[in-house]
Design a protein around this ligand. Structure first.
Ligand code: CO
Ligand code: ZN
Length: 332
């Protein structure tokens, strides 16, 4: 399998912050509709694509929403104030370009401050290049969300871009949908909404699908950069099989099964113990009386920054593991 640069670039550059996933949902639907038996959108906006099979009912979740900034106020000179949608650091946000759904670009800066350690989202503003409030209001409204302006680069080894979280998970799910010809299990691929604000889409879609088994696909961090906190996950070391994050302890037998699949197919893998953060797996495993759930993670440096970095080989290994896992007979 070759790395599909076009798919990856289109995924990370399509607008879709939490609660505003229309554009990215349309894009993903177009990519997969010829490869699935049934496709639907639930009332929260989750895209649910089924590949019918006779075995276990498996829900595979990748979130399609992305972090952004929501406008809270427009002042008389046309400067915008905002709140965060998902985890945004002011230090990363400082002097970035942002873009609204209508294509309007703005830049983020800060009021004069003496002490940079006092940098907070509340003393920052967005300049969209207008002269006054009225001009601004013709372009943006309170409640509109802007995202980091798309920027994509790759070399033979890695991708540097914003929004690998979690468009790389969407990439892995899409490539698995295309790669699985005769599904053995009954597969429900769910591209979820509103993960970044509390795993909300996974919660409702898992309730609807009622899976026997859940698998989330998302980014994890890496411990392989200068003086990084100890974390036994690194780039180019293979796909990561999650043991825990703050939302889940994955099902031990499912995890063991995933490890066996990786071993038997010579897929490089590493075990992930993440001490912070959560994934859609956290919502799925608590559905109804409980769902055995695991997660495949893509090792990623600088998560939630504008320069998230992942290895193309790890991404391809993640696709391989997901396909082999979904094609396997899973006895828990
Ligand atoms: Co995230
Ligand atoms: Zn994520």
């Amino acid at each position: 399998m070759k790395f599909n640069s076009q798919l990856m670039e289109e995924l990370v550059t399509t607008y879709g912050p939490s609660g505003n996933e229309d554009n990215i949902r349309i894009y993903i639907k177009e990519q997969i509709e010829d490869y699935v038996d049934k496709i639907e959108v639930d009332s929260l906006g989750n895209l649910i694509a089924r590949k019918k099979g006779n075995g276990k009912k498996i829900m595979i979740a990748a979130h399609m929403d992305q972090i952004g900034l929501m406008i809270t106020d427009i002042d008389k000179d046309g400067f915008l104030r905002f709140t965060n949608v998902g985890g945004i650091s002011p230090y990363i946000l400082m002097s970035q370009k942002v873009i609204f759904e209508n294509g309007r670009v703005g830049v983020v800066y800060v009021e004069p401050i003496e002490d940079i350690s006092k940098l907070k989202l509340s003393n920052m503003f967005i300049d969209i290049g207008v002269n006054n409030k009225e001009e601004a209001e013709n372009l943006v409204n309170i409640g509109d969300i802007c995202i980091y302006k798309p920027d994509y680069s790759e070399n033979d080894n890695v991708i540097h871009t914003r929004y690998l979280d979690d468009r790389v998970g969407c990439y892995v799910a899409i490539e698995a949908i295309k790669g699985i010809k005769n599904p053995k299990n009954d597969l429900y691929f769910v591209f979820t909404v509103q993960e970044e604000v509390g795993l909300r889409g996974a919660k409702t879609s898992a309730f609807k699908v009622e899976p026997d088994i859940g698998i989330a696909i998302d980014v994890t961090g890496s411990g392989d950069t200068p003086k990084a906190k100890t974390f036994a996950v690194g780039l180019n070391e293979g796909t990561a099989i999650k043991i825990k994050d703050n939302s889940i302890i994955t099902h031990p037998k499912l995890r063991e099964h995933m490890v066996n699949i990786a071993r038997n197919n010579d897929i490089p893998y590493q075990m992930e113990v993440l001490e912070h953060g959560g994934t859609d797996s956290g919502a799925i495993h608590l559905t109804k009386e409980g769902v055995p759930t695991g997660a495949i993670s893509i090792p990623t440096r600088y998560v939630h920054s504008t320069i998230e970095t992942a290895s193309k080989k790890d991404i391809l290994d993640s696709v391989k593991l997901l396909i082999k896992l979904l094609e396997s007979d899973i006895q828990l």
